[in-house]
Design a protein around this ligand. Structure first.
Ligand SMILES: [Zn+2]
Length: 51
């Protein structure tokens, strides 16, 4: 693993509630595999981050 900063976020489909974890930085939010809708960010999963 590189030391690059991957931030996991949960994205959710507003239509069917399908959720998925993606890692930042990401160019575009993914499309829902079920209904092909642009997914939106559900929550930031940045536990364990220390500044
Ligand atoms: Zn969907």
């Amino acid at each position: 693993m590189e030391r690059g900063k991957l931030e996991p976020i949960e994205v959710i489909c507003a239509k069917c509630r399908y959720t998925k974890i993606v890692y930042l930085p990401i160019e575009d939010l993914p499309l829902c595999p079920k209904c092909n809708t642009r997914m939106s960010i559900s929550e930031l999963l940045d536990e364990g981050k220390s500044y």
